[in-house]
Design a protein around this ligand. Structure first.
Ligand SMILES: [Zn+2]
Length: 70
């Protein structure tokens, strides 16, 4: 993801083992590429495109204002 525009997102509430797609920085929980319990959100401005994301990256995106949680 290179866009910096704000995205409306909706939490799916689903948790599963996987690798984070956001990988914001070294604090990303799956930076090493090892699957961990993560969740998924939907990008509502992109036709509900699903993005798998770790807890750290989700909180950080929301704190930065990149994601507006519906
Ligand atoms: Zn992450």
């Amino acid at each position: 993801m290179t866009t910096q525009q704000k995205e409306r997102v909706e939490a799916t509430g689903v948790f599963f083992a996987g690798v984070c797609e956001v990988k914001l920085d070294e604090r990303c929980e799956t930076k090493g590429g090892k699957p961990r319990p993560i969740s998924a959100i939907w990008l509502m401005n992109q036709g509900k495109r699903q993005v798998d994301v770790c807890k750290f990256c989700m909180d950080e995106k929301i704190n930065r204002g990149d994601w507006i949680l519906d």
